[in-house]
Design a protein around this ligand. Structure first.
Ligand SMILES: NC(=O)c1ccc[n+]([C@@H]2O[C@H](COP(=O)([O-])OP(=O)(O)OC[C@H]3O[C@@H](n4cnc5c(N)ncnc54)[C@H](OP(=O)(O)O)[C@@H]3O)[C@@H](O)[C@H]2O)c1
Length: 329
């Protein structure tokens, strides 16, 4: 049956302006890093993507290497665009990135102009799109002049292959320089995508200040610490969880007893707020004025729905924030 998006899709989601730009992003965005590769269940992926759009989640985030195998998440999104979502292209913000290993030889990763622009062309083919909304440098490259990587982002926009550009995993100094170079080229840096969650607050020291000063949006990735900041592991390791799977990024060792004491205390506080821990963890990030959107992952429609409902309660009292800080030290 043909898919038609819910007529109520824009009623509940909140949309925040991304830095000083004209672009509004949904408070909750969906990433396709896990669960959207060629090994996954395509029907389930499609269900998650369509439900996301029905909930007002207009932003899907990808990278050239998302899979496994690398590239297959982009192909899966293409298939859903072709069958169902294509008619809503102008209601969607689709991002991709280049930076990590994609092909053999000296031009298959990092930040050279050669790699960045070839990778974007490959991504557009896999996605079946003429352009992406946001093209990112996925990581800083110590071996390439920053000017060259930023010039490649600028060229992508000039070529009409990307509407906006962003950077990911850049520290505050690299970010300050990158943003200035892009501004001088006439392609403002729209957004920064750092890892940021209650358990990993490195951005608070300097990066958030730089983003605010320069009018760049912030979209934290792994806002739930890959599932640690949810009720997923409160009573052991479920068989269908990321830890039980083959992830090289989240392993059993991450569930140390000290961490679980914190997670349980956070979970109790979330209950008192009438929220799940996942919802509280997302709301806590959205409470920062620099944060435009949080970039979640989801392995089921029910996780997605629960996370989207975060926007129903985003406020914290000062006492609550101090209480949470105390748990986290
Ligand atoms: N720029 C970068 O370098 C970079 C790096 C990493 C990620 N990212 C982006 O960030 C996106 C999100 O990353 P992430 O997947 O690590 O995010 P996350 O939201 O921190 O973790 C997602 C995982 O948490 C669990 N989960 C989510 N909602 C839940 C709920 N309501 N209840 C219980 N468990 C829940 C699920 O794990 P189970 O699978 O166990 O159910 C889900 O797969 C990626 O898709 C990608 O777009 C970017």
């Amino acid at each position: 049956m043909a898919y038609f998006a819910s007529s109520t899709r824009y009623e509940k989601m909140k949309y925040n302006r991304c830095g000083n730009s004209g672009l509004l992003l949904p408070a909750i965005s969906l990433g396709l890093w896990h669960n959207f590769g060629a090994m996954g269940d395509f029907r389930k992926m499609k269900e998650i993507l369509l439900r996301a759009f029905d909930l007002g989640i207009t932003h899907f985030d990808l990278a050239n290497n998302y899979g496994p195998p690398p590239g297959s998440a982009e192909i899966n999104l293409k298939n859903v665009m072709q069958s169902d979502l294509g008619k809503y292209r102008d209601e969607l913000i689709i991002s991709t990135k280049a930076g990590y290993l994609m092909w053999d030889g000296p031009y298959g990763e990092w930040g050279s102009r050669k790699y960045m622009l070839a990778s974007l062309d490959q991504s557009l083919k896999r996605l079946g799109l003429d352009y992406v909304d946001i093209f990112y440098s996925h990581r800083p490259d110590p071996g390439t002049p920053l000017e060259e990587t930023m010039m490649a982002l600028h060229t992508a926009v000039q070529q009409g292959k990307a509407l906006y550009v962003g950077i990911s995993n850049y520290d505050h100094e690299q970010t300050g320089k990158a943003v200035d170079i892009l501004r001088d080229l006439g392609t403002p840096c729209l957004i920064h995508q750092p890892r940021y969650n209650m358990l990993d607050r490195w951005v608070e020291e300097k990066l958030l200040g730089v983003l605010e000063e320069k009018g760049v949006g912030c979209i934290p990735f792994s806002p739930l610490a890959q599932g640690l900041l949810t009720d997923r592991y409160l009573n052991g390791i479920p068989e269908d969880s990321r830890i039980a799977g083959e992830s090289i990024f989240l392993k059993k060792e991450h569930l140390d007893p000290e961490l679980m004491v914190k997670v349980k205390a956070l979970n109790q506080h979330a209950e008192q707020r009438g929220q799940t821990l996942a919802q509280m963890a997302l709301a806590w990030l959205l409470n920062r004025k620099q944060v435009t959107s949080v970039l979640i992952g989801a392995s089921s429609v029910s996780q997605l729905e629960a996370n989207a409902a975060t926007v129903l309660n985003l406020s914290f009292t000062r006492d609550e924030l101090a209480y949470i800080d105390n748990i986290l030290v």
